[in-house]
Design a protein around this ligand. Structure first.
Ligand code: FES
Ligand SMILES: [Fe+2]
Length: 391
């Protein structure tokens, strides 16, 4: 029996009374947000390190001492499964003279030793062993640690905040109750990872997130049939906190969706989880897309395919075929980025012109802007009709 996601008692995200778009409207966006190196440096500290982001699947750390090394936007971190089943994590940077401590992911570690001069660390990142300890200043060594991460698990994923505990608030608040419930209905924690694909692309990380935050390009780039494009005009888009959500009727499913309003069963549900993750769920399977910045104009773009855990062969065959189609479509997006990269520095690229249906991009960049200015990126959603009536 294959799991069937359903909206159940959750709020309708499609149908009567649900607007197609939030009142964000069309906008323009300065081209420099994608190419200014100073801005990229600021983004590393104020946006990327201060938000929750995916590290790996929880089941990649099944036993105590199992560890994952994750690297992106100039940072290297280690996350380890503790004896008590929780997680420990720290920046993978030796506090002696700044070498990377753990070169690669592994299993069953009790401590980590930096190979340069053999300083030893416990799994929390505290310095435990220093050869020739009396030669050092005791006060400097006292309590010395590699800086800790904030860690949590949700949806079968390990999440981290690189700037450390307390900086981004709790993960459930970051995801937000609306999206946690809506995306939660798909049960990602019970899914099986079947494939992860990676590309290194010559564009800014936000180009990748933006490309998965709108449906507008589906007709031209992906050549979708015009009936599906027409049905997709009935999609709904909304923003919650820093994040966004888009509900697109599945091919041929519009009439039934109108009748049942069960978008979890009959739509492609797209969740933009600020800053670097986009989740794409249908009743059959889920893709998680993630942009890992490597430089102002270099990004590792990752896609994970998750399916339900069953041995129903018809389901498995169908999902495998569907994922192969998805991969071909993602390749088209990745290929398109070569044309974006070719003119990213052109004097003629001054701004992007965004439609009201590209409003998840507008919202995303407003959140980014607010965090760059030192804010928390919250409170930027336009007031809803229901809020106005209550006020
Ligand atoms: S740099 Fe790591 S032990 Fe010296
Ligand atoms: Fe696409």
């Amino acid at each position: 029996m294959v799991f069937q996601p359903t909206r159940g008692e959750l709020p309708a995200r499609f149908g009567p009374g649900v607007p197609n778009v939030p009142p964000i409207g069309p906008s323009t966006l300065d081209a420099d947000v994608y190419r200014d190196p100073q801005r990229y440096e600021l983004e590393r500290h104020r946006v990327l390190n201060r938000g929750w982001q995916i590290i790996c699947r929880s089941d990649q750390l099944p036993n105590p001492g199992d560890h994952q090394v994750w690297e992106g936007h100039g940072e290297s971190v280690v996350i380890t499964r503790r004896e008590d089943g929780g997680l420990a994590g720290f920046h993978n940077v030796c506090q002696h003279r700044g070498a990377r401590i753990v070169p690669r992911s592994g299993t069953g570690a009790r401590k980590f030793t930096c190979r340069w001069h053999n300083w030893a660390y416990d799994i929390e990142g505290a310095v435990r062993g220093v050869p020739d300890r009396p030669d050092f200043d005791r006060d400097v060594l006292s309590g010395l640690c590699a800086p800790a991460l904030d860690l949590d698990e949700w949806g079968g994923w390990v999440w981290a905040v690189l700037a450390g505990p307390g900086v981004a608030g709790p993960l459930p608040d970051w995801i937000g109750q609306e999206i946690a419930a809506d995306l939660g209905a798909f049960g990602m924690q019970d899914m099986v990872l079947t494939e992860k694909v990676e590309w290194v692309v010559d564009v800014n990380w936000k180009v990748c997130v933006d490309a998965f935050s709108e449906y507008y390009h589906a007709q031209a780039l992906h050549q979708l049939p015009s009936t599906d494009v027409k049905d997709a005009r009935h999609s709904t888009i909304d923003v919650f906190g820093r994040n966004g959500m888009m509900v697109v009727p599945v091919m041929g499913g519009l009439e039934e969706l109108r009748r049942t309003l069960d978008h979890n069963a009959l739509a492609t549900c797209n969740y933009v989880l600020f800053p670097t993750t986009v989740v794409n769920s249908t009743r059959l399977h889920t893709q998680v897309f993630r942009a890992v910045p490597l430089g102002v104009d270099k990004t590792r773009f990752e896609a994970w395919e998750l399916r339900y855990d069953t041995d129903d062969e018809d389901y498995l065959d169908y999902v495998e075929m569907s994922w192969e189609l998805y991969k071909a479509i993602i390749e088209q997006d990745v290929e398109e980025w070569t044309d974006v990269a070719a003119v990213a520095r052109s004097s003629a690229y001054r701004q992007s012109v965004l439609s009201e249906r590209e409003c998840l991009i507008t919202h995303f960049h407003r959140v980014c802007e607010d965090m760059l200015a030192g804010g928390d990126g919250l409170g930027l959603e336009p007031a809803r009709e229901s809020d106005r009536q209550e006020a």
